[in-house]
Design a protein around this ligand. Structure first.
Ligand SMILES: O=C(O)CCC(=O)C(=O)O
Ligand SMILES: [Fe+2]
Length: 280
């Protein structure tokens, strides 16, 4: 199991990135163009947000799925009977945006989205000819004009020891979307499942980006790219008394995009959100 750390600016970045994704479902990107200070500022603003009372003014809307998913809502990974120990906020360009925040989160979204588009282009460049031909449209055109891409700001609170039995920060799951670009968290804990069924730490330092394949890319490429199970474990050391924050960007196609002969992206998403229990 070798999740590669790929230099975004190197001449071989595109094939190295695609190889790591193909072999492990993950890749780590270093030397990327996203501003480090901006990332730190955004984390700090959301720390304040999650610690505030006003956050409850921004509880998510069931129909559109934008806003805060508080602890008591959270998600249940498929196959788990208890909820993850986390709260999170879904930011869409058209969605609710806390007036207490500066525009830095919007800037970060734009920068992460640009990187995500480049990375999807690298995936496309390295597809075998037969898979490329079987797509309903090029991958990069699937996200053209999409308003479904979202940024999730995650807060995993300190563990108290009173958590429900079996509850973890994020139960093993595959992401729904095409590609996920994650600003590596303030703390370790993210693990990927290898083909040998063992769990491996994703080797990302703060400031790097961890990328993984989502289920929609697996479906669209007819299984050539495999969406990889990942999880966030509860730390056993002293860091369990600290909050953990992370920010994934989930790159989504337009809802009308045909992922397979039986399903559009819109239908696929609707099904999955209901299974997670975050859409009624
Ligand atoms: O917090 C992390 O490092 C990963 C989060 C994740 O996998 C998700 O929200 O889908
Ligand atoms: Fe995930």
């Amino acid at each position: 199991m070798h999740v590669a750390q790929v230099d975004f600016k190197s001449a071989n970045a595109s094939p190295e990135f695609a190889k790591s994704l193909k072999e492990t479902g993950f890749a780590v990107i270093k030397n990327h163009p996203i501003d480090t200070q901006l990332m730190a500022d955004v984390f700090n603003e959301w720390k304040e947000f999650f610690a505030s009372d006003y956050k409850m003014n921004y509880v998510y809307k069931n129909d559109t799925q934008d806003g805060l998913f508080p602890m008591n809502v959270s998600e249940k990974a498929v196959g788990y009977s208890v909820k993850d120990i986390k709260e999170f906020y879904h930011y869409y360009t058209w969605g609710q945006y806390p007036k207490e925040l500066s525009n830095k989160t919007k800037d970060l979204y734009q920068q992460m989205n640009l990187v995500a588009v480049t990375l999807l282009n690298w995936v496309e460049e390295n597809l075998p000819e037969d898979i490329r031909k079987s797509l309903s449209e090029p991958l990069t055109s699937m996200i053209n004009g999409s308003n479904q891409t979202l940024m999730r700001i995650l807060h995993y609170p300190p563990l108290t020891g009173n958590e429900e039995k079996g509850a973890v920060r994020a139960g093993a799951h595959g992401d729904i979307n095409l590609l996920t670009v994650l600003v590596a968290a303030s703390q370790s804990g993210l693990q990927v499942k290898g083909s040998d069924d063992k769990w491996y730490d994703v080797p990302a330092d703060p400031g790097m980006l961890a990328i993984n394949i989502g289920d929609m890319l697996e479906t669209a490429t007819n299984g050539f790219y495999k969406s990889t199970l990942h999880q966030v474990i509860n730390p056993l050391d002293d860091s369990r008394h600290l909050s953990r924050y992370s920010i994934p960007l989930f790159l989504h196609p337009r809802p009308d995009v045909r992922l397979s002969s039986s399903k559009t992206a819109g239908e696929f998403l609707e099904e999955r959100l209901r299974a997670l229990g975050i859409k009624k």
